[in-house]
Design a protein around this ligand. Structure first.
Ligand SMILES: [Mg+2]
Length: 289
């Protein structure tokens, strides 16, 4: 029991900065190789029209489903264990992750590729303070439509809470609806009576669910939908298995090949490993048949 609790906690702790913000390599890792890893991923994100089309079609489907979600009082998009009572009669809401879900931070990744750098919290915070990230395709149309239908729009992000001012400014600059500052729930949001596991978002989802029926969730990481307590390829597959029917109806996943918890899942979430060892573990995970 102890180990079963320790392992998820360890994984969750090591996931810090991964769920809502870019990857977290060790400070001493070989920068050049790490950045080169991202060239194709960033180029695809920024230049492939396929990227934009996937975003558009996802938000379009969500918009089309919103009316049915609003009309069905039993429709709820929170994981089963994150709500104590049925949400009937609560006002409707949608929950969206921010980074690579509504805001496009690929220029930050492109700078890392250009400069041979790797993610770190200082340069990430500098990028966030520029408040210049553009909205991803489809995001403004969907969120404005939901807002116009009387649906509360929440932004649940693992951006640090002290980036709240610049984050709210960026959301508004990008044309996304923000009713009030408390629509942004960053890392560090205190949820009384709920013990947050690592950087997982469950407590903050629960907080939103106390006063709202959650119609839909959007994210580029599975942790944006449900707490991930074992960040291994098998654990990630298992945690979404009970909800497969919800994807495309209540949960909407967006592509992010540049970073995410899928990557450290391939090297046991151990960013302290030398870069060459992390790369070897990723290579070992490739299928050739
Ligand atoms: Mg994200």
């Amino acid at each position: 029991m102890m180990m079963r609790r320790l392992i998820p906690l360890l994984c969750a702790t090591l996931l810090a900065a991964c769920a809502g913000a870019p990857q977290k390599p060790s400070a001493g890792s070989a920068a050049k190789s790490g950045a080169d890893d991202n060239l194709n991923a960033v180029a695809w994100t920024q230049t492939a029209v396929e990227h934009d089309l996937i975003l558009r079609e996802t938000y379009k489907v969500a918009r089309e489903k919103l009316a049915a979600a609003l009309a069905d009082a039993s429709w709820d998009a929170l994981p089963h264990d994150e709500r104590d009572a049925p949400p009937k009669n609560l006002p409707p809401a949608v929950i969206l992750d921010i980074d690579e879900t509504v805001l496009d931070n690929s220029p930050y990744q492109a700078r890392l590729v250009r400069d041979g750098g790797v993610y770190n919290e200082v340069t990430w915070a500098q990028w966030c303070r520029e408040a210049s990230a553009k909205a991803l395709p489809g995001a403004v149309d969907f969120t404005r439509h939901a807002h116009a239908q009387g649906v509360a729009v929440f932004y649940l992000s693992n951006r640090a809470k002290d980036l709240d001012g610049v984050t709210l400014a960026n959301l508004r600059n990008a044309g996304l609806p923000v009713d009030s500052a408390d629509r942004f729930l960053g890392l560090g949001t205190v949820v009384p009576g709920c013990e947050q596991v690592g950087t997982e978002k469950g407590c903050r989802r629960r907080l939103i669910g106390e006063h709202h029926r959650v119609l839909m969730q959007f994210g580029d990481q599975i942790g944006d939908f449900v707490d991930v307590l074992a960040n291994t390829p098998a654990g990630r597959t298992a945690v979404v298995a009970p909800y497969l029917d919800w994807f495309g109806d209540r949960w909407f996943v967006l592509p992010n090949p540049t970073y995410g918890s899928w990557e450290p899942a391939l090297f046991n979430n151990d960013w302290s490993l030398p870069q060459a060892q992390r790369e070897a573990a990723k290579r070992a995970a490739l299928r050739t048949n």
